[in-house]
Design a protein around this ligand. Structure first.
Ligand code: F3S
Length: 78
């Protein structure tokens, strides 16, 4: 199973919790706002990506599976 992270970047208010959970996946700009609008989750990073997405209190970050379904439960590593 492959996953994609989709980020509603304009809604980011800079909580930085995503980056605290998974700094290697969720990079912030110099003002503390998320940089990317999305990315394909690298193999082995599924759990970190999911946890980072759930850490955002604004629900800015969502994770989808390859069928386009939002991932709502913690995925197991592929
Ligand atoms: Fe922004 Fe949410 Fe991360 S508000 S910096 S996407 S925790």
């Amino acid at each position: 199973m492959t996953y994609r992270i989709v980020i509603d970047k304009p809604q980011c208010v800079g909580h930085a919790r995503c980056a605290n959970v998974a700094p290697h996946l969720y990079k912030l700009d110099e003002n503390g706002y998320i940089l990317a609008e999305g990315f394909d989750v690298p193999q082995g990073e599924e759990l970190a990506a999911f946890r980072g997405s759930k850490a955002c209190p604004e629900r800015v970050i969502k994770m989808f599976d390859e069928d386009g379904q939002e991932v709502r439960r913690s995925p197991t590593a592929a």
